[in-house]
Design a protein around this ligand. Structure first.
Ligand code: 5GP
Length: 183
């Protein structure tokens, strides 16, 4: 970890060894389920980039890869939360089986929005894969078809996840202590 990043209090939550085992388990399940399908993995940037890279290298069925960049703004209530799509997929997903790859599910608004969006683009099926879930914060009912692990209601960083664009490069996942602004 670089020196500047040691100024905030981080506590180890999920070690790289546990992450590695989790990614292998998810990749095995996905490979089994998509053998006869036309898989398109859609990563949600930026947070999912490391998870996605590790996961797709362990999936042993052919797949296409694309990305979306989205951000979510609002007070956290159903009525006021807005998801903005900054970069859409360029792959034609009509008639294909889309798997959305997300770093962490919090309120659920982002995945709900993406599932609707990708179905509207003609995908034959849309399933969701998330490395981490914070179920205590859910506002939208989403089914995570492939889930790594649940985490407590804390802000987490590392393994692609940032705080103010910092910490993404850390190989383990940490809780950022005493951080309350989950924007
Ligand atoms: P949702 O729409 O489910 O509320 O938000 C999901 C997005 O919020 C994630 O893709 C992620 O970018 C961000 N997010 C939610 N919780 C955390 C967290 O604990 N740490 C980080 N770094 N991002 C989070």
């Amino acid at each position: 970890m670089n020196e500047e990043d040691t100024t905030l209090p981080l506590s180890l939550l999920v070690s790289r060894r546990v992450i590695e085992e989790t990614v292998s388990r998810l990749a095995a399940q996905i490979s089994d389920d998509y053998r006869e399908k036309h898989l398109v993995a859609v990563g949600v940037l930026k947070g999912a980039f490391i998870f996605m890279a590790d996961l797709v290298r362990q999936i042993d069925v052919p797949l296409e890869i694309d990305f979306v960049t989205v951000s979510s703004y609002g007070s956290g209530t159903n009525s006021s939360r807005t998801i903005t799509m900054h970069q859409d997929i360029t792959t034609d997903v009509s008639g294909k089986d889309v798997l959305v790859i997300e770093d962490i599910v919090d309120t659920g608004h982002t995945l709900c929005y993406l599932a609707d969006h990708l179905k509207a683009r003609g995908a034959r099926s849309v399933r969701l894969c998330a490395l981490a879930d914070k179920p205590s914060r859910r506002e939208q009912d989403v089914t995570i078809d492939y889930l790594g692990f649940t985490v407590p209601d804390q802000f987490v960083v590392g393994y692609g996840l940032d705080f103010d664009n910092r910490f993404r490069y850390l190989p383990d996942i940490y809780a950022l202590e005493a951080h309350h602004d989950q924007g």
